[in-house]
Write a protein of this length. Structure first.
Length: 354
C-alpha cells in the first residue's frame, strides 16, 4: 500500500511539474533546472530489486600468519618485478602480470620459459586475494601457495627454490629487508608471503557500479542500469557471478573444450572442463577473456553466453541460449564496463644489485 501511495504521489508531482514546464518553456530556465531532479523519481521497482542483489566488495581477507606491513608489501613488490625469480633471470612475475596490461599480459595464452607457448591465459592479479582458491582450476589454496607455483614451473619461470634462496642471499639489500620484515632469513616461505602481501594491495573496489550501490544514482548510465536488470534477470549471469566478488567461488563448465580444468585437481569426471567463476570488478582492463583467452572483447563474451555457450558433454544447465536483442547485449556490456573502475598503476621498484 505504501509503495502504491508513493508511486501515485510521484506521478501527481510529475504531472504538475510537467504542466509548469510547458507553460514556462522559454521564460524561466532557473525553474526548469529546479524541476530536473523530479524526473529521476519515477520508481523502477525492477531496478531496485536488481540492485538489492549486489553487495560491496568489503575488506581484503588477510591470513593470520601473514599480516600486512608496509615494508613487507614493498619487499613483495620488488620480488614481483625481479627477474632473478626465473631460472634464466629473464622473466619476472610482471612479465605475465603487468600493471599496464591490467595485471595480465594481454595475450590469449602465456609465453613462458624460453618461449614456451602456454595453454592458459595469464589471469589478472587484481582482487585475486579475495578468492578462497587461486588459478583457473583453483589448485592453490592461497596466494602464498600460488606464488611458488610459477617460479618452479618448468614452462613458466623454471627456477629451483633452493637456488633462488642462494641467489637472493647474494644481494645485501634483500638479506637486510627479509631480516627487517620477517625477523628471519630468506626462505621460499618468506618469499611467497612477501609477494602475496603485495598482491593483496592490488584491488579494484571503488567502481561506478559500487558508487551506484552506495546511492549515487547517476554513477552509472541508463544503459548500464538496463544491463544490471538483465544480469539478474533474463541473462541469468547472477546464478554464478554473485556475492561480494561477483563470483560464487565455484567451478562451472561453459562448454569450452580442450582443457580438463578442475578435473586435473579432483579427478572427478563431473569436474571435466570446469573452471572457477571469474570475479568481474576491473574486467574491462583484462582482455582477452576466459581460461584460454579465446574471447577478445566483453561483447564477444556476452555473445558467447547469448548463443548458449559452447559444446561440451559436461556443460552447465545454467548456460543456454538467452535470446538477447542487440540492444540488450550492449546494455550488458555497459553494465560490465560500469564495474571496471580505474586501473591501479604502480611505479616499478628499483631492483637491488648484488
Ligand atoms: C610465463 C607467464 C607467467 C609468469 C612468469 C607468472 N605467471 Fe602467474 N599466471 C600465469 C598463468 C598462465 C596463470 C593461470 C594458470 C592456471 O590457472 O593454470 C597464472 C596465475 C596466477 C595467479 C592466479 C590468479 C587467480 O585468479 O587465482 C596469480 C595470483 C599469479 N599467477 C601470480 C604470479 C606471481 C606472483 C608470479 C611470480 C612469482 C607469476 N604469477 C608469474 C602466467 C604467469
Ligand atoms: C554457469 C555459471 C555462469 C554463468 C551463468 C555466467 N558465467 Fe560468466 N563465467 C563463469 C565461469 C566459470 C567463468 C570462467 C570460465 C573460463 O575461464 O573458462 C566466467 C567468465 C566470465 C567472464 C570473463 C572473465 C575473465 O576475466 O576472463 C565474463 C566477462 C563473464 N563471465 C560474464 C558473464 C555474464 C555477462 C554472464 C551472463 C550473460 C555470465 N558471465 C554468466 C561462470 C558463469
Amino acid at each position: 500500500m505504501r509503495k502504491l501511495g508513493l508511486a501515485m504521489m510521484v506521478i501527481f508531482v510529475l504531472s504538475i511539474l510537467g504542466a509548469c514546464n510547458s507553460n514556462e518553456e522559454a521564460s524561466a530556465p532557473a525553474d526548469k533546472e529546479k524541476n530536473e531532479p523530479a524526473k529521476e523519481e519515477v520508481v523502477d521497482q525492477e531496478l531496485l530489486d536488481a540492485k538489492a542483489k549486489f553487495e560491496p566488495l568489503g575488506e581484503m581477507p588477510v591470513p593470520a600468519d601473514n599480516p600486512m606491513t608496509d615494508e613487507k608489501v614493498e619487499l613483495g613488490k620488488t620480488l614481483y618485478f625481479d627477474p632473478r625469480l626465473s631460472g634464466n633471470n629473464v622473466q619476472s612475475c610482471m612479465s605475465c602480470h603487468a600493471p599496464g596490461a591490467g595485471y595480465g599480459d594481454g595475450m590469449s595464452t602465456f609465453i613462458g620459459f624460453e618461449g614456451h607457448q602456454g595453454g592458459r591465459n595469464s589471469p589478472t592479479i587484481i582482487n585475486s586475494g579475495y578468492y578462497p582458491t587461486n588459478f583457473w582450476d583453483g589448485r592453490a589454496g592461497s596466494l602464498e601457495e600460488q606464488a611458488l607455483g610459477p617460479i618452479q614451473s618448468e614452462v613458466e619461470m623454471n627456477q629451483n627454490l633452493d637456488e633462488l634462496v642462494i641467489e637472493l642471499n647474494g644481494v645485501p639489500t634483500y638479506v637486510e629487508q627479509f631480516n627487517t620484515v620477517f625477523n628471519d632469513q630468506i626462505s621460499a616461505d618468506n618469499i611467497a608471503k612477501a609477494i602475496a602481501a603485495f598482491e593483496r594491495t592490488i584491488v579494484i573496489s571503488d567502481t561506478a557500479f559500487d558508487r551506484y550501490l552506495q546511492g549515487e544514482e547517476d554513477a552509472i548510465s541508463a544503459d548500464a542500469k538496463e544491463g544490471m536488470k538483465l544480469f539478474v534477470g533474463k541473462a541469468g549471469c547472477i546464478s554464478c557471478h554473485a556475492g561480494p566478488l561477483l563470483s560464487d567461488y565455484s567451478y562451472h563448465n561453459l562448454g569450452m573444450s580442450g582443457d580438463e580444468g578442475r578435473f586435473d585437481v579432483t579427478g572427478n569426471e563431473e569436474d571435466k572442463g570446469k573452471f572457477r567463476t571469474s570475479g568481474l570488478r576491473g574486467v574491462a582492463h583484462t582482455a582477452p577473456f576466459m581460461h584460454d583467452g579465446s574471447l577478445e572483447t566483453l561483447k564477444d563474451v556476452v555473445m558467447y553466453y547469448n548463443a548458449g555457450g559452447g559444446d561440451h558433454a559436461n556443460k552447465s544447465v545454467l548456460v543456454s541460449p538467452l535470446n538477447l536483442t542487440d540492444k540488450e547485449i550492449d546494455n550488458l556490456v555497459a553494465f560490465l564496463e560500469s564495474m571496471s573502475g580505474e586501473l591501479q598503476m604502480i611505479d616499478a621498484p628499483e631492483i637491488p644489485s648484488n
